[in-house]
Design a protein around this ligand. Structure first.
Ligand SMILES: Cc1ncc(C[n+]2csc(CCOP(=O)(O)OP(=O)(O)O)c2C)c(N)n1
Ligand code: SF4
Ligand SMILES: [Mg+2]
Length: 312
C-alpha cells in the first residue's frame, strides 16, 4: 500500500488490489510464467503513483501477454494482433487526461506491429509501452519470434532459426523513443521502479520486459542472474547521451544471447516535446480533452482547407 496524491490533489492511500478486477478472474498463464511479474509490477506502480483505475487505459495486443487487461482493473481495450499502439494513440489524442499504457508480446510489438512501434516512438506519443519479451510466440505454442536467438529450434524452424534477432532497445532509440529501459519479471522491485519512471516520463516510454516462458522456451534462460547496469561497477554511461546509450544497448542485446542478462535504464530525453505538447504549441490541440468537442453542440468545426488558405 502506498500514500499518494490522487488526480484531484487529495492525499489518499492507494492499494495494489484496487487494480484487481472485482470478479477476480484467475489468470490462465502457466505456472512460472513471467507474465505474472508484469501484472504485479504494473499494479504496484499504479498504486505507488496514486492512480485511480478509471484514470487508466490499458490497450493490449494478442498473445499470452495480451491477456493482461483481463486481470487488471482499468479501462481496457484488447485489440487485434500488433495493433495496441494505434488504438492507444487514438485514445490519447482524443483524451490526453487518460494515463495510457499499451502492452503486448515480442511477436506482437516487434513483428506484426513493428511499424506501429516505430512510428509511435518517432512521434513521441505520451504513453508507456510494455513489451513482454519471451523470445517466442507463446500463445500459439512456441513458434520462432523476432527475438528468438539465431539457431533456436522450434516447430517453425526445426533446423534452427536462420535469422538474427531484432535489437529492441536499439530499434527503439533509432525510431525516437524518449525513455527506454529493460527489466525482467524475476526482478519485481526494479520492474516496478521502471514502470513508475516510464509513466511519469512525458513522451513515449518503451520497456522491454523479459518474461520467461517455461512452457515453450525451455532452452531459454529464466533471465537470471540479472545485472542492473545502474547498480554495477562494471558499467558507467550517461542515459541522456544518445551515443553512450546506443553503445550500452548494443552490448546488452549481444550479451543476452551469450547468457548475461543486463537490465536497467538505457536512455531518457526529457527535453523533447511529446506529440501532445508539440500539437498544443502549434495551436492544434486544446487544453481540454479533444473528445469534449464532440459533445459541444455549439462548437464550430473548421475545415483543413480553410486553415491552409489562411496560411497562404
Ligand atoms: C493477424 C493475426 N495473425 C496471427 C495471429 C495468431 N497469433 C495469435 S498470438 C500470436 C503470437 C503471439 O506471440 P507474442 O506476441 O510474442 O505474445 P506471447 O504469446 O508470447 O505473449 C499469433 C501469431 C492472430 N491472432 N492474428
Ligand atoms: S505459454 Fe509461455 S508465455 Fe504463455 S502463459 Fe504459458 S508460460 Fe506464459
Ligand atoms: Mg512472445
Amino acid at each position: 500500500m502506498s500514500k499518494a496524491f490522487s488526480a484531484i490533489g487529495e492525499e489518499r492511500d492507494v492499494e495494489r488490489d484496487e487494480f484487481t478486477p472485482g470478479i477476480e478472474p484467475q489468470p490462465t498463464w502457466c505456472p512460472g510464467c513471467g507474465d505474472f511479474g508484469v501484472l504485479k509490477a504494473l499494479k504496484g506502480a499504479m498504486a505507488e503513483l496514486g492512480k485511480d483505475p478509471e484514470e487508466v487505459l490499458l490497450c493490449t495486443g494478442i498473445g499470452c501477454s495480451g491477456k493482461l487487461n483481463s486481470y487488471f482493473e482499468s479501462y481496457g481495450f484488447h485489440t487485434i494482433h500488433g495493433r495496441s499502439l494505434p488504438v492507444a494513440r487514438a485514445a490519447k489524442v482524443a483524451n490526453h487526461d487518460l494515463e495510457v499504457v499499451a502492452a503486448g508480446g515480442d511477436g506482437d510489438g516487434y513483428g506484426i506491429g513493428g511499424n506501429h512501434f516505430t512510428h509511435s516512438a518517432r512521434e513521441n506519443h505520451d504513453m508507456t509501452y510494455i513489451v513482454f519479451n519471451n523470445e517466442v510466440f507463446g500463445l500459439t505454442k512456441g513458434q520462432t519470434s523476432p527475438t528468438s536467438p539465431k539457431g533456436h529450434k522450434s516447430k517453425t524452424q526445426p533446423h534452427g532459426n536462420a535469422k538474427d534477432p531484432v535489437r529492441p532497445l536499439s530499434m527503439s532509440l533509432s525510431a525516437g523513443a524518449s525513455y527506454i529501459a529493460r527489466t525482467a519479471a524475476v526482478n519485481p522491485n526494479q520492474a516496478q521502479e521502471i514502470i513508475v519512471e516510464a509513466i511519469e516520463h512525458d513522451g513515449f516510454s518503451h520497456i522491454d520486459f523479459l518474461t520467461q516462458c517455461p512452457t515453450w522456451n525451455k532452452d531459454a534462460k529464466q533471465y537470471v542472474p540479472y545485472v542492473d547496469v545502474q547498480e554495477s561497477d562494471d558499467y558507467d554511461f550517461d542515459v541522456t547521451d544518445r551515443r553512450e546509450a546506443s553503445e550500452m544497448m548494443y552490448e546488452t542485446e549481444d550479451k543476452l544471447y551469450e547468457g548475461t542478462v543486463l537490465t536497467g535504464r538505457y536512455y531518457q530525453d526529457s527535453e523533447r516535446n511529446s506529440y501532445q505538447a508539440e500539437k498544443q504549441q502549434r495551436g492544434d490541440m486544446p487544453d481540454e480533452p479533444l473528445a469534449e468537442r464532440y459533445f459541444d453542440e455549439d462548437y464550430e468545426w473548421e475545415r483543413s482547407y480553410d486553415l491552409i488558405d489562411r496560411h497562404k
